[in-house]
Design a binder for this molecule. Structure first.
Ligand SMILES: Cc1ncc(COP(=O)(O)O)c(C=O)c1O
Length: 460
């Protein structure tokens, strides 16, 4: 129950006390002093605190109940259900409450699909994690059960044979890249994909390194275009982000050959490698060249970025450097999410979840491809992951489509956002369409808008 909110009643006013009280409570909600879900004091307690009769407080609550800003449950109390903070002025003045507007649909890539997560299995994993006693000593490499579960996951789902000792827990991909970056000499140049994942580019720059954009084509990173003298190369070989193609086998071989010859680390971001539907996997860089590759995995796409859990498999000397840095600075990834992942994986729920997730995302992808084709456009990228690329004639068309969709309540992102050199760099333009975030019904509605917007594009 909330404290009695600050209310000043003017007993000399001609406005009835019950009306003044209802106004004051509405203002408290508008100023976020009261929030949806707060239980209001009983009419008796409020009357006694304000030194008014109970008829006054009961009449004020009745008014708020009638307006829909409060809800009552017999024997439980009266609760705030609405906040006036964002309501229009007419509502603040006491007009009827409008129906809430549906949130705009989000077709930007990045968020996971939460619709098919078995909530009972999820709860079981959290309960199992909570059943363990707290640890007395931080373990800078990560929870032992987590590292064992990741080793098993990598073998079963990614064809990478690594022992638990080869695995370090991380707080996710960007955090892991930032840690590795701090082991390199300040100012080192690191090749990044263009277009590519902006957060990793930012993490590298933030750690005092110099990202060097390298073009990507349909076969992945153009290895011949990586300049000499870099300390590391970051890439997304399983499913290039954002173009959506896997790196060709010849490029993989060329990349690890140059890495060995020129002393680079290769940062292999395997952010959605578990999600492939109709495309054969190629050997991970981490399997081809465990001596030069830092393989990075995350739970952000298969479960949720809010778990804050990822992993890294790297050569022993680099792992030792990372661990001694964690020990010296007293930093390590939080253990709770690792325990949840370990419990979810060892119970078999993760494997079941991945099967369900792949089925769902494959179905959604087919819907997206059909919606784009219905507008006479093409969706590019392998049948994998949770996004496709829809090429557009140029940056003006890209900006126009984003604006038209936004005006109809659908958030889209363009390729411009994924270029290290900024919008307008390079010849390609298009939409990077994510299909995991909305629920299936909202996805269908958003795709109708997308088809209509793409149909309005002027044809060359
Ligand atoms: C290319 C790429 N890598 C990695 C991630 C996940 O990063 P993190 O583990 O830091 O959440 C994402 C998520 O959007 C991504 O798009």
């Amino acid at each position: 129950m909330v404290e009695v909110p600050p209310v000043v009643l003017d007993r000399a006013s001609r406005t009835p006390l019950s009306v003044q009280l209802a106004d004051a409570l509405r203002r408290a909600a508008a100023g976020a002093v009261l929030r949806p879900g707060d239980r209001l004091p009983s009419t008796r307690a409020l009357a006694s605190a304000l030194r008014v009769s109970r008829t006054v407080t009961a009449a004020a609550y009745d008014q708020l109940l009638a307006e829909g800003w409060a809800a009552g449950r017999r024997g439980v109390g009266t609760f705030v259900v609405g906040s006036l903070a964002t309501a229009p002025a007419a509502v603040r003045a006491g007009a009827p409450v409008p129906a809430p507007r549906p949130a705009p649909a989000d077709l930007r890539a990045g968020s996971p699909c939460r619709e098919v997560l078995d909530r009972a299995a999820w709860r079981r994993a959290w309960r199992a994690a909570g059943d363990l006693p707290p640890d007395a000593v931080p373990e800078p490499t990560g929870d032992p059960a987590f590292r064992a579960a990741v080793a098993e996951h990598l073998l079963r789902h990614r064809g990478l044979a690594a022992g638990p000792d080869d695995v370090l827990a991380t707080a996710g991909t960007s955090a892991a890249v930032a840690e590795v970056a701090r082991t390199l000499p300040p100012g080192s140049r690191v090749a990044v994909e263009d277009p590519g994942y902006g957060r990793v580019v930012a993490a590298l720059a933030d750690a005092g390194l110099q990202p060097v954009p390298v073009p990507v084509d349909d076969d992945g990173l153009v290895v011949d275009a990586v300049p000499g003298g870099v300390a590391a190369v970051y890439c997304t070989p399983a499913h290039q982000y954002p173009l959506g193609r896997r790196m060709a086998a010849t490029r993989r071989a060329a990349l690890v050959a140059r890495a060995r010859a020129e002393g680079w680390w290769v940062l292999e971001d395997d952010y959605d490698g578990e999600l492939r539907y109709d495309v054969a996997p190629l050997p991970l860089l981490g399997a081809l060249a465990p001596d030069v590759v830092v393989h990075l995995g995350t739970t952000s796409k298969i479960l949720s970025p809010t778990l804050g859990v990822g992993w890294l498999v790297a050569p022993a000397p680099l792992r030792r450097q990372l661990v001694s840095r964690r020990t010296a600075t007293g930093t390590r990834p939080a253990r709770a999410g690792q325990r949840v992942f370990a419990a979810f994986a060892t119970s078999g729920d993760l494997a079941r979840h991945l099967r369900r997730l792949r089925r769902e995302l494959a179905g959604r992808r087919a819907e997206v491809v059909a919606a784009v084709a219905a507008a006479g456009c093409r969706a590019e990228g392998d049948a994998a992951g949770a996004h496709v690329l829809v090429p557009l004639p140029g940056p003006e068309a890209e900006a126009a489509v984003l604006a038209a969709a936004a005006a109809r309540g659908v958030a889209l992102a363009g390729l411009a956002r994924h270029r290290p050199a900024g919008p307008g760099a390079g010849p390609r333009a298009g939409l990077v369409l994510g299909f995991a975030a909305p629920d299936r019904a909202a996805l269908g509605a958003a795709l109708d808008v997308l088809t209509a917007v793409l149909r309005e594009l002027p044809r060359p």
